[in-house]
Design a protein around this ligand. Structure first.
Ligand code: HEM
Length: 231
């Protein structure tokens, strides 16, 4: 086993942008009162996370090997063996996601659209309860993700967390990808920056609105005005 390149630069850029936006949604949601202007940043961070999920969906089709969707789905017998061997038995190495990280990542991907939708439809009664419940579920999934990384590091004496920084992971040499795709990474960073810039440029703090290009109306970011899709 050697350290081989597994995560290309676009994946790492998207991962840290997503992690930052999710952390920001929690900080602004729990750190500020709903009527505080800074609470609006909770919704802005959520719209950034939504965009990053779209980026991730695209990467799953056009990205390098381990970013592709098929690498999230392990054979049930393989997953069963992995979870059975978690605390005992031989450690199992995966070049891409192991069945644990894959499952938690899929949960996170599933929770984000539900949170965004129930967030911008807070004028529906069901959305309010669902939003709070799914937010807790996402928090638990993030906690499991971090616990899983810590557990793996402890169990296999291999600091897996650093892989999302350097791109390198302990795996058989033949399983590495050939390029970190630095130019694609830079283009992706520019696209993410452009999205954040567009949101901030159209964000009106006084009116508590933001305008997304392509949508016929502004999105309301104010609790007391209640969010609605269209004016
Ligand atoms: C709110 C915080 C975080 C979120 C929402 C998050 C989300 C994710 C997601 C969705 C994936 C799957 C990657 C993919 O799209 O293919 C992933 C993988 C990964 N994340 Fe995070 N992450 C967070 C924090 C962190 C932190 C703090 C670290 C490091 C200390 C980290 C390290 C990793 C690593 C190493 C992987 C790849 C695991 C593997 O080999 O399967 N993440 N994360």
């Amino acid at each position: 086993m050697n350290k081989v390149l597994i995560w290309d630069l676009p994946t790492r850029i998207y991962h840290w942008a997503l992690a930052s936006s999710i952390i920001a949604t929690f900080v602004f949601a729990y750190g500020f009162d709903e009527h505080d202007r800074l609470f609006q940043w909770h919704m802005l961070a959520g719209l950034i996370a939504a965009f990053l999920l779209v980026v991730r969906i695209v990467l799953g089709f056009v990205g390098t090997r381990y970013v592709q969707w098929k690498y999230f789905f392990h054979h049930p017998a393989d997953s069963f063996r992995y979870f059975r061997n978690l605390f005992a038995g031989p450690a199992m190495y995966y070049a891409g996601h192991n069945p644990g990280t894959a499952l938690v990542a899929l949960l996170m991907f599933g929770f984000i659209p539900v949170l965004v939708f129930t967030g911008i439809t807070q004028n529906w009664e069901i959305s309010e309860d669902l939003h709070a419940g799914v937010a807790i579920a996402l928090g638990i999934a993030v906690g499991l993700h971090l616990l899983g990384l810590a557990f793996f590091t402890f169990r296999q004496h291999d600091n897996i967390s650093i892989a999302m920084v350097t791109g390198y992971k302990t795996a058989p040499v033949a399983s590495g990808i050939s390029s970190a795709r630095p130019w694609t990474g830079l283009i992706l960073a520019a696209v993410i920056t452009a999205w954040i810039y567009t949101l901030l440029a159209t964000y009106d703090a006084r009116q508590a609105t933001v305008k997304i290009p392509g949508l016929p109306s502004v999105i309301h970011l104010s609790e007391n005005k209640k969010w609605k899709f269209w004016e």
